[in-house]
Structure formats: structure tokens, C-alpha cells
Design a protein around this ligand. Structure first.
Ligand code: ASP
Length: 408
């Protein structure tokens, strides 16, 4: 008798549980399995640049004219900025109500050498958009530059003679189709990849569990509560009432990319899976996914935005600094910028907190207070980042009159 194959998301969930047990009880054997995670991540990173490049070009050429592109761009940016703003305000309200940092002693602070040097300034982020050299930008994985070049390239394909336009459109459509096939192939290995990644993380961080339960418990709880409220109340409301779509059917379709985001702490590495789930499960067109998702994975980070704000307020509270209304407003604005500037890679949000702390005049050493729990919070905020990108794609597709598979 032929056994029915278990659906991929069940395989992944089983892998996740097995990884936690393995990492906790058999840390000495971790090297026998961690290579699977490394290979899986490398494979995902391998497809990111050609996937983004071909997908954006094929999306932009299918839009036809600049008016379509402009409208989609405006909708996308409005969604990204407003959801990140809502996330920050949610965090701000929670951290002001619960005050997790008041009365906490600083004994558990860790040193943070080298971390602060990595965060670029706001200007650097702006300059990144226009690459000096597109090949360099691709080689270094500077996604914002690649997106910009691909949009320009796709747009001007539509402006050349018909003969060239047709050749190039078919060419990039074909590359995109092949990249999607490779992605689908890699996705089959997700359970093994996740087993490798998560068991290693558990083995490495098992001794930190005490810390999480200690001084940082209330702070972590504030971040988690904010993330949950944003992910399960605000975003579904937007999908339901603005997108006129079923948020929970869409959530079910997103299980594989969400668990991958959780395990890898990287929106960029998860991007191939996010694109696949939206196109093949939630039924959003390539025109919308190819434009919104790569951009979203780079600049739309609701989870990170919320985290930046809560972390900065927590540090202020621990240092006994009373922030004025204006300072809090500055923290909100810089948290938004920091989330836009953070790359879709692990710990990017932690590094960007330096921007917020500097803007409101808090000591950068404050980051040492929250290091111990950053990894687990990174996993959660990355999942919210990816979830928000996906809700954006559905909402925008519906506003473009697409039927999708999750319409009400
Ligand atoms: N790891 C997050 C992401 O890739 C960014 C962050 O550190 O907040 O979405």
C-alpha cells in the first residue's frame, strides 16, 4: 500500500519539534546535523538575487505603463509606512503601560563592542538605493540597489522597439520561470534545513533560557505581546476590511514561509518561499508579488519597528531617563527609519537600535541589556515582518481587482 505523503507544513512542524528536542538533549552531536541548515540557507541565498532581478523585471514589464507602476508603488509605500507606524504605536503604548524597565538593575548587562560600528547612517541607506556599480551591488547582496536597477531596467524595456521589447520580456519571463522552479526544488528540503538550523540554535542557547526567565522576562513579554497584537489583530483587520480577503485562510497558506522566517531570522532568505506561497497558494499575481515582496522584505519590517521602539523605551527606563513627549516622537520616527534601513538578515534590528538610541540621547551601551534575548525576539519579529509583507501583497492585489484564492 502506498503511504500518503505528509503535507510540507506538517513535515516542517515535526522537524521543528524534533530540532528542539535534539538540540537540547544531544548538543554534542550537533555537528552531524547543522550542515543541513547551512546548505539550506546557502541554497536560499543563491537564488535571492537572480529571483528578485528576474521577478521584478517580469512584473514591471507586465504592468504595461508607468501609470500602473506609479499607482502600485504608491499603494505599496502607503501600506508599508502605515503598518509599521501602527506597529510602533502598539509597542509604545504597551511599554508605557507596563514599564518593564522601571526598577530593573543593570547587573546582567553584556558588553557590546563592535556592534555599534555596523549601523550605517540614514544617508547611507538613501545612497544604497542607487548603486554605483550594479554588479558589485549584486555580488554584495545589496537588495535595495538591485530592486532599483531592476525596476528601471524593466520600465525601459517597455520603452524600446517592439522587436527588442518582446525578446527581453520573453527572456526575463523565462529566467523567472526557471528561478521559481529552482526555488520550488529547494523548498522541498525545508524540513531538513530547519532541523539543522534550529537544533544548532537550541544547542547554543540552551544555557540562556535562565536569562530569559529572569530580568528580561517582562521586557520580552512586552515585545511578544505587541507582536502578537499586531500580527493577529491589526494585520488581519487590514486584510479583512481593506483587502476584502480572508486573513486566516491566507495565514494557513503562509505557514511554511512563516516557520522558515522564524527559524532563519531572515526575511531575505525567506523571500523565495514567501513568493511561492503567495503566488501558488494565496493566488496573488506575479505582477503584484514581484513588485511588493522583494521591496517588503527589505523595507517593510513591522516586527522590527515595534521592537526598536520597545527596546529603546526599555533602555531609557532602566537608565531612569524620563523621555519627554518630543523625545518619544523622535523615537517613533527613528524606529520607523531604523526598520526601513535594517537589512533582512539576522540581528539587523539589534544593530539599528543604535540609530534610535543616538537620536534620543541614550547611551549605546544600553544595547548590552537586551542582547541575551535578542535571538528569540529576532525570530519572532522576523515572522511578523514576513507576515506583514504577505498581508500587504494580498491587500494590494485585491485593491487591483485580482480575485486571488483568499477573496471574501
Ligand atoms: N532579522 C530581521 C529580518 O530579517 C531584521 C531584524 O533583525 O529585525 O526581518
Amino acid at each position: 500500500m502506498k503511504m500518503k505523503k505528509l503535507a510540507l507544513h506538517w513535515q516542517i512542524l515535526i522537524a521543528l519539534v524534533a530540532a528542539v528536542i535534539f538540540g537540547y538533549y544531544l548538543p554534542q552531536w550537533i555537528n552531524y546535523v547543522s550542515w543541513m541548515g547551512v546548505l539550506f540557507l546557502r541554497a536560499l541565498k543563491m537564488v535571492i538575487i537572480p529571483l528578485i532581478f528576474s521577478s521584478i523585471i517580469s512584473g514591471v514589464t507586465s504592468m504595461g505603463d508607468g501609470k500602473n507602476l506609479g499607482r502600485l508603488g504608491l499603494k505599496t509605500m502607503t501600506y508599508y509606512l502605515s503598518t509599521s507606524f501602527i506597529a510602533i504605536l502598539t509597542g509604545l503604548v504597551i511599554v508605557n503601560l507596563i514599564k518593564p524597565g522601571v526598577g530593573v538593575d543593570m547587573g546582567f548587562s553584556e558588553s557590546v563592542e563592535g556592534l555599534t560600528a555596523e549601523a550605517g547612517s540614514i544617508e547611507d541607506i538613501l545612497y544604497q538605493i542607487v548603486p554605483e556599480n550594479i554588479v558589485d551591488a549584486m555580488a554584495d547582496g545589496i537588495i535595495l540597489s538591485v530592486i532599483f536597477f531592476a525596476i528601471i531596467f524593466g520600465y525601459f524595456i517597455t520603452a524600446v522597439e517592439r522587436k527588442y521589447k518582446e525578446t527581453l520580456t520573453t527572456f526575463f519571463d523565462a529566467i523567472f520561470k526557471v528561478m521559481m522552479k529552482i526555488t520550488l526544488f529547494i523548498i522541498k528540503f525545508t524540513p531538513l534545513g530547519i532541523f539543522g538550523i534550529v537544533s544548532k540554535e537550541v544547542a547554543r542557547n540552551a544555557d540562556q533560557l535562565g536569562n530569559i526567565a529572569g530580568s528580561l522576562a517582562i521586557y520580552s513579554a512586552c515585545v511578544v505581546a505587541g507582536l502578537l497584537i499586531h500580527a493577529f489583530i491589526f494585520l488581519p483587520l487590514i486584510v479583512r476590511f481593506i483587502g476584502k480577503a480572508k486573513p486566516f485562510s491566507h495565514f494557513r497558506n503562509m505557514v511554511t514561509p512563516l516557520i522558515t522566517a522564524f527559524s532563519t531570522s531572515s526575511s531575505s532568505a525567506t523571500l523565495p518561499l514567501t513568493m511561492d506561497a503567495l503566488e501558488h497558494k494565496s493566488g496573488v499575481s506575479n505582477k503584484v508579488t514581484s513588485f511588493t515582496l522583494p521591496l517588503g522584505a527589505t523595507i517593510n519590517m513591522d516586527g522590527t519597528a515595534l521592537y526598536e521602539c520597545v527596546a529603546a523605551m526599555f533602555i531609557a527606563q532602566v537608565y531612569g531617563v524620563d523621555l519627554s513627549f518630543l523625545q518619544q516622537a523622535i523615537a517613533v520616527a527613528t524606529a520607523l527609519l531604523a526598520s526601513i534601513g535594517a537589512a533582512g538578515i539576522p540581528m539587523a534590528g539589534l544593530v539599528m537600535i543604535t540609530v534610535v538610541l543616538t537620536a534620543v540621547g541614550l547611551p549605546l551601551e544600553g544595547i548590552g541589556l537586551i542582547l541575551a534575548v535578542d535571538r528569540i525576539l529576532d525570530m519572532l519579529r522576523t515572522s511578523v515582518n514576513v507576515w506583514s509583507d504577505s498581508c500587504g501583497a494580498v491587500t494590494i492585489a485585491r485593491s487591483e481587482k485580482e480575485t486571488t484564492n483568499v477573496a471574501l
